[in-house]
Every structure is written in C-alpha cells, then in structure tokens.
Design a protein around this ligand. Structure first.
Ligand code: BJW
Ligand code: ZN
Length: 253
C-alpha cells in the first residue's frame, strides 16, 4: 500500500483528528510565510514588528505593517488545501479540529467550523490598556489608532513573541493534541513554541503524526511525510480518506 493509502486509512478510521497548520497552508493563496524564501523575516526583523517592545518603540511602523497585511488579505482567497481540510471536517466520521497558528481567517472562509486560532486574528484590534476590542472593516488606513474608551494605544489582536497565548485556546489546543488519534501537521516550520511542541505531545500520547510540507520540519516524529505543497497533497489525501470512510464497510481488506 502506498503512503497515501496508508495515511488515508488512518484518517478514515480515526475518531479524533487534530490538524495543526502554519503559514505554509496559506502560501498558495499568496500570503507570505515568515521563514524561508520570500518570508517576512528575510526582509524585516521580528523584534521590530512582532514583539511588545518593538511596538512600544515604534507603534507607527508596526501598525503600518499590519494595515498593509490587512489590505493584502482582502485580495486573497482560500486555496485547495483550506477547502480539503473543510471537506475533511464535513465528510469524515472523525471529529476534526484545526489548531491554526495563522491569523488570516482563511480556514473559516473555506468552511471549517471547528477552528482554534492560537495566535489571534489579523482583523481584530484590541486596547493596550482596557478590555476594548473591535473587528475591523476596510479601508485600512495608516496611523496609530487610540482607544475610544480610555484613550490608550490600540494594537492588533495577535500574539507577539514573549506574550502568552490566549488561555482558553491554548488549553483547547493542548487537550486536542493529547487526545487525538491522528495529528495532521501542515505548513509549519515548527520553530515557534508552544505550537512547535504539539506534534511531539500528540505522538507521545499515542497519535500517529502525518506531515505535509515541501520542506519537512518534524524529523522522526512523523509516521508519514508528504513533501509537497499542501494544495497538491491534501485534496487527494482527503479524497482517499473520504472514499475509504464511506465505502469502507464494503471493501474486502
Ligand atoms: C508550505 C508551503 C506549501 C511553504 N504547503 N507548506 C521554548 C523554547 C524556546 C523558546 C520559547 C519556548 N517557549 C516560548 C518561547 C519563546 C517564543 C519562541 O517560540 N521562540 C522561538 C522562535 C525560539 N514563543 C513565544 O514567545 C510565544 N509565547 C509564549 O510561549 O509565551 C510564554 C513564554 C513567553 C516568553 C518566554 C517563555 C514563555 C508566542 C509566539 C507568538 C508567535 N507570533 C507570530 C506572529 C503572529 C502575528 C503575526 O502574524 O504577525 O506567529 S511569529 C510567526 O511564527 C507567526 C506564526 O504563527 C509563527 C509560526 O510560523 P509558521 O506558521 O511555522 O511559519 P514559517 O514561515 O516559520 O514556516 C512556514 C512553513 O511552511 C515552512 O516549513 C515551509 O516549508 C512551509 N511551506 N510553502 C505546505 N505550499
Ligand atoms: Zn482602552
């Protein structure tokens, strides 16, 4: 049996599937990744743009970067990888949960319902001082906005380096990691913690790990590795799993 058939069989038979996604799942939509060729961190310093210290030094620079990313997000669409994952949730018997490090909302736009966003949401703006928050609509203009409640600086509703992940989402992600039968890891360099630790936690708890990444990052943790772009690897994998799950009772083996 090919790796595709074996991995599809694991997905078809699983009761709980956790999918951990990173920037690579949105690469084929035209959203830049962070690391590697063409990534943000090849052009900019993460300390300047994605830390509370960078924001305190130059909020204008940070806001301009996030507003540019919001404008860019209006131009992109979910790709076949996002749609394949949404189909997996709808058509496999397993409970499927996506744990995403992405802030782009593309899984939800593709139709995934059970999504845990552990690094926040690009379209959310929150106050640095009080509990004010709002969802943004275009146009996304440059400049540093202030809180209508308390006058403090507003900031993007995302998780920067050195900040705690949202407690509820982190707990849910850990629970899914420890209790899934299969973890499918798609498009992450697995360098940023705590998310980078989820695949080994799943594996230690007995799950089979499947990795999809043209430049695989999990080393020996993964049982099956598809070294391909997610938009190429996921649709046939999900098709095969759905076929096995729906016709499985009639097949001889
Ligand atoms: C494709 C593809 C295609 C391409 N198909 N694939 C333990 C040890 C060491 C350090 C730490 C630790 N615990 C915590 C830390 C500190 C820090 C950390 O991990 N640092 C490391 C870098 C060393 N972590 C934190 O600070 C976290 N907070 C925390 O842990 O709080 C408690 C604490 C605080 C301080 C000290 C100790 C504990 C918070 C991390 C927040 C990360 N924030 C960002 C920005 C979010 C907002 C924004 O977008 O602007 O999140 S950074 C950035 O990296 C973003 C991403 O979500 C995250 C992960 O990146 P991802 O998704 O893996 O993308 P890439 O670009 O790295 O990889 C893309 C992959 O796709 C590649 O592998 C390609 O091959 C692949 N690919 N095309 C499939 N078509
Ligand atoms: Zn406020």
């Amino acid at each position: 049996m090919s790796d595709l058939e074996q991995a599809a069989r694991l997905l078809a038979r699983a009761q709980r599937i956790a999918v951990l996604t990173g920037a690579g799942v949105s690469a084929e939509s035209g959203v830049p990744t962070f690391r590697g060729a063409g990534g943000f961190w090849g052009k900019y310093r993460p300390e300047d743009l994605a830390t509370p210290e960078g924001f305190a030094r130059d909020p204008n620079l940070v806001w301009n970067w996030y507003q540019a990313r919001r404008r860019q997000l209006l131009q992109v669409q979910p790709n076949p990888a996002h749609y394949a994952l949404a189909r997996m949730e709808r058509e496999l018997p397993a409970r499927v949960t996506i744990i995403t490090q992405n802030i782009d909302g593309l899984h939800q736009r593709a139709g995934s319902k059970n999504v845990i966003a552990i690094h926040g949401d690009l379209m959310l703006t929150i106050c640095t001082s009080c509990s004010f928050s709002r969802r943004e609509e275009p146009p996304f203009e440059d400049g540093v906005p202030r809180c209508p409640n308390c006058g403090a600086l507003l900031r993007p509703g995302v998780v920067w380096f050195g900040e705690l992940l949202p407690e509820r989402e982190l707990q849910q992600a850990l629970e899914e990691s420890h209790n899934c039968d299969v973890m499918l890891v798609v498009g992450t360099s697995a360098q940023v913690y705590p998310a980078a630790g989820f695949p080994s936690a799943a594996r230690a708890a007995g799950a089979a790990v499947i990795e999809v990444n043209p430049d695989p990052a999990l080393g020996g943790i993964a049982r099956y590795v598809f070294a391909q772009p997610a938009g190429q690897a996921l649709p046939p994998l999900v098709d095969a799993a759905v076929a096995l799950a729906s016709g499985g009772q009639h097949s001889p083996g």
